[in-house]
Design a protein around this ligand. Structure first.
Ligand code: AMP
Length: 223
């Protein structure tokens, strides 16, 4: 713990990418690490869902792709990310959760001139992934994540944190999940080699609980 605290002095200005398939727990782990290190978590998925909820044109367009389990076109998402990453709170570091997802997005990030320090790749079996995503429940109000077997809310169908209604996202139905995994394999997985070649990649075994993954991330960042 002490060592982690000490190292944290230098970790709180890190620029990190969390890379991995849907269901790897990136979002949950990113949230905890973000709180501990005081780094903003930039989830492009959350940003798009927020835009869709507000009903703005970008959100309405993005929702069509998201519901089908497809990626939102690069030219849209690159603009969204760029506008976010230049904000003041990202000056001293950030955690990118869900970006980049294509080589073009990774190259665009390089072109922003904001160098990333580390890429953490969350790895786990397909069986675990499908089980995790199809059982997932999300709070309609605050976005908190539950699971019908692994992380049950205290009251069925209600969020522990805010009392909001829990629902199953449309992109978490089995068919859309399979599509998202196929998209991951085809479009996002090549990024593993891309960052490996740059010497930036560390793989995290994400089969366990989110808490275990958080510990593994802390260990990896200390190295
Ligand atoms: P997530 O919450 O990260 O799983 O993202 C949910 C959905 O948002 C994805 O399936 C995509 O449709 C869309 N999305 C999020 N981030 C990106 C990105 N970097 N590039 C393209 N689409 C994205």
């Amino acid at each position: 713990m002490k060592a982690w605290r000490r190292r944290q002095d230098t970790l709180d200005n890190m620029r990190l990418i969390f890379l991995g398939p849907p269901g790897a727990g990136k979002g949950t782990v990113a949230k905890k690490v973000s709180q501990e290190l005081g780094l903003p978590q930039i989830s492009t998925g959350d940003m798009l869902r927020e835009a869709a909820k507000e009903g703005v044109p970008l959100g309405r367009k993005a929702k069509e792709y998201m519901d089908r389990g497809e990626l939102v076109p690069d030219e849209i998402i690159i603009g969204v990310l760029k506008n976010r990453i230049i904000q003041q709170d990202c000056k001293n570091g950030f955690i990118l959760d869900g970006y980049p997802r294509t080589l073009l997005q990774a190259k665009a990030l390089d072109a922003f001139g904001i160098p990333v320090d580390r890429v953490l790749h969350f790895h786990l079996s397909e069986k675990t992934l499908i089980e995790r995503i199809t059982g997932r429940l999300t709070c309609r109000n605050c976005g908190a994540i539950y699971h019908k077997k692994n992380i049950k809310p205290k009251v069925k169908g209600k969020c522990d944190a805010c009392g909001g209604v829990l629902y199953k996202r449309e992109d978490q139905e089995e068919q859309a999940v399979r599509k998202r995994l196929e998209v991951y394999r085809r479009q996002t997985r090549p990024l593993i080699v891309f960052y490996q070649k740059k010497g930036m990649l560390t793989t995290i075994d994400a089969e366990g609980t989110p808490e275990e993954s958080v510990e593994k991330v802390k260990i990896a960042l200390r190295k």
